[in-house]
Design a protein around this ligand. Structure first.
Ligand code: IPE
Ligand code: IPE
Ligand code: MG
Length: 245
């Protein structure tokens, strides 16, 4: 039996997240400029998004630019800021064919007007689609996301819309960008680094973690299937005891 049919016959995670890491090292290994790695990474994002949709995954959250990535050289930041436009223009036709919805999570106050308008436009245009939801985390940081949720709830308390005793975990979750998405089943990080780098800290509570040495541009559909196969062989207990099979 092929790996794909094996994976398809078992529980398909509803929501997976990927830290798209290793574009720079992928390019360096080939004596290419880092930005070319980002370009190849963007192409790979299209392919993996479509592969996830075909497998029946409901939501894919990808870490494309962190709140800390502004520290990089201006030339690289400028290039990364052009990618949302390139990405949507190049792939919008294929995303439409696959009924893929796109949303963006992250700060909007530091976006250029072009990116700001583009994000609203694509979210609006794709909002009724019923295939996979691609959640592009761009100028995203988990600490910022949680801080904003705290501020919003504090404001609701101050305005007498919420009583302190009513604050609960669901209320916090419903103030995060991921409020509409299913719980996070699996988090993948490419490039061999084994850290979270400020991504989806709240949402990760009971996710399975999968690290691979492959750089993001070389993370193929086969690598995705390997990650899913590995996930399907884990015992998720959520603090309870292993269920008898
Ligand atoms: C991931 O690749 C993309 C972003 C963080 C924007 P990197 O650019 O971090 O690649 P490495 O880690 O330097 O190889
Ligand atoms: C995490 O990768 C952020 C993204 C993939 C967008 P980094 O390359 O920025 O993370 P660190 O610096 O290695 O932790
Ligand atoms: Mg990196």
């Amino acid at each position: 039996m092929s790996l794909e049919s094996k994976v398809r016959g078992r529980y398909i995670p509803k929501h997976i997240a990927i830290i798209l890491d290793g574009n720079g090292r992928w390019a360096k290994k080939r004596n290419m400029p880092r930005n070319l790695g980002h370009k190849r990474g963007t192409l790979n994002l299209k392919n993996i998004t479509i592969a996830c949709n075909v497998l029946g995954i409901k939501a894919l959250s990808v870490y494309a630019f962190s709140t800390e990535n502004w520290k990089r050289p201006k030339e690289e930041v400028d290039y990364l800021m052009e990618l949302p436009k390139q990405f949507t223009e190049d792939y919008k036709g294929q995303f439409k064919e696959n009924d893929i919805r796109v949303m963006f999570s992250g700060r909007r106050d530091r976006m250029s007007k072009v990116n700001y308008d583009l994000m609203l436009e694509i979210e609006e245009k794709t909002k009724d689609r019923e295939g996979l939801i691609l959640n592009v985390c761009f100028d995203y940081g988990s600490h910022f996301e949680i801080t904003e949720a705290v501020k919003q709830i504090a404001k609701d308390v101050k305005d007498n819309n919420v009583d302190i005793s009513d604050i609960n975990e669901d209320m916090i979750a419903s103030n995060l960008y991921t409020k509409e998405l299913p719980p996070l089943d699996l988090m993948i990080r490419t490039s061999g680094e084994q850290r979270i780098s400020n991504f989806l800290l709240w949402q990760l509570a009971y996710s399975e973690l999968y690290f691979t040495k492959k750089f993001w541009p070389e993370f193929s559909k086969k690598e995705l299937l390997k990650a899913l196969d590995n996930f399907q062989n884990r015992d998720r207990k959520f603090g309870g005891l292993k269920e008898k099979k």
